[in-house]
Design a protein around this ligand. Sequence first.
Ligand code: DGT
Ligand code: CA
Ligand code: CA
Ligand code: ZN
Length: 575
Amino acid sequence: MAVHNRDVAEIFNEIADLLDIEGKNQFRIRSYRNAARTLSDLSGNVSEMVDRGEDLSELPGIGEDLAAKIREIVETGSLEQLEKLRKRTSPQLRDLMSIGSLGPKRVKQLHEELGIESAENLEEAARAGRIREIKGFGEKIEQSILRDVGKVKEGAGERRFRWSEMEEYAEPLVGYLGELEEIDRITVAGSYRRRKETVGDLDILVTCSHSAPVMERFTSYEEVEQVLSEGDTRSSISLRSGIQVDLQVVAAKSYGAAMHYFTGSKAHNVAVRKIGRKKKLKINEYGVFKGKKRVAGATEEEVFEQAGLPYIEPELRENRGEIEAAAEGKLPKLVSLEDIRGDLQMHTTASDGKFSIREMAEAARDRGYDYLAVTDHSKRVTMAKGLDAERLGRQVEEIRQLNEKIRGIRILASCEVDILEDGSLDLEDSILDELDLVICSVHYNTNLSEKEQTERIIRAMDNPHFNILAHPTGRLIGSREAYAVDLERVMRAAVERGCFLEINADPERLDLSDVHCKMAKEMGLKIPISTDAHSTSGLDHMRFGVAQARRGWLSAEDVLNTRSWGELKKLLKRG
Ligand code: DGT
Ligand code: CA
Ligand code: CA
Ligand code: ZN
């Protein structure tokens, strides 16, 4: 099994962290971190270099000693020194490093000064207000520790992955398995198929002529770290990325029932089975049975039909009303990527994007859109070279001229205007007047109380130029919490004023959540789906936003940018 450069880099970084916790020589710690960086930046594969007998000590930052360690890792897959270090430091203490505001230095301080050895100790000390008293900590850090410590406690070893991250592992694995002649059908079920924004593990279903070669190929995949269990029809592996994959071989006559069962969610399954019981049917992963007789199983449609229901899209299967809606024939026809007519948020080289207006416009046209909005940042966002009124004025002029020349796509002049702390907008009304639409967002002062944040945003909406609230909660999945805001109130205010809230299709953002989308729909609030692209390839993120919209029950009618520019323009007009 080939060792990747990043595996070696991870080992060196972990050694550096552990030495750091122990308070070892900083020079030595730095040499491990430098070596880790060298390895991550290396274009060639370090395993192959070892195989070819190349002299690794010629690499920057790598001496004889580290070169020998790299060889040990490549040859044995691990490093004895790391194993020893790990034994010296308790795993609970190591887990504490995953808390956002804590690095090895702070973990060491907490250990030495307060004797903290676990998440429980840490939480106790934070609640007692003892952490703020340590030099270099303070009240703010104490609070963020309290916020994050719960996650470490409950989530130990149960990492979830963003859907888009999971796709990067799932697709190659499915491709690899699919090359096998014996396999007829293969699907990733579970939360992955339901398009949940984060996915815990992968559940793969296969139908095939012989299962032995399928199991063999599965467990010998080159990314396998460990085979957790191996059977005739069911095996589990963990990949080097930390992802667990369950594979299940099913008979063709049970495929639909198994798909339904393993797609879940569990709550949905329980509810469908209950309906079955009322009809004297037994529904399980093998089929639908009336007494001993199999009445369905080959397709999901049959399974639903036996339960007296139409087909329910996987994105809806959360037992959030889909079964009742299905029974009443009131399921929404979910929006699809083909319904989208334009993209309403993206950045160009004028602020922090990588491509020109023309390049973005042509890329949008290639994706079949009728229009795109150019929404560079406003001046407050200095880090991204935000535009002031004068630069924006020139950009508007440039867009008008480009529209004269370019065919098959309309460029809308817009701006992502920063909402200032007092709820005013970062640009004067006179320039906003020149724009086709205005999107507004919060980038600073994200730590206001819920009430203050909510009122700040609603005050911004009072400005009649305000059209769309961009990335409405500011969260980054798995790395940054949403800011405190009462979205229900914000949505109501938006309905009253004729404003909108977007789904940001960036796979790390995806705010609004599925639940908030459904809430918006029930209020009659239409939702634009925008990519916030910073490059032409970022425009392809639209599909992630569409998946989120589908999970939120939205149909084409509920999504703003399924309309022509002419119709959209009418909806943007404020009373
Ligand atoms: P995840 O992996 O945490 O993102 O979420 P899921 O939904 O993929 O859950 P997972 O992997 O534990 O199980 C896959 C599906 O198998 C789940 O969605 C429904 C079904 N399933 C698992 N355990 C049970 C159970 O105890 N009862 C029923 N009815 N279904 C189950
Ligand atoms: Ca799963
Ligand atoms: Ca599973
Ligand atoms: Zn932004």
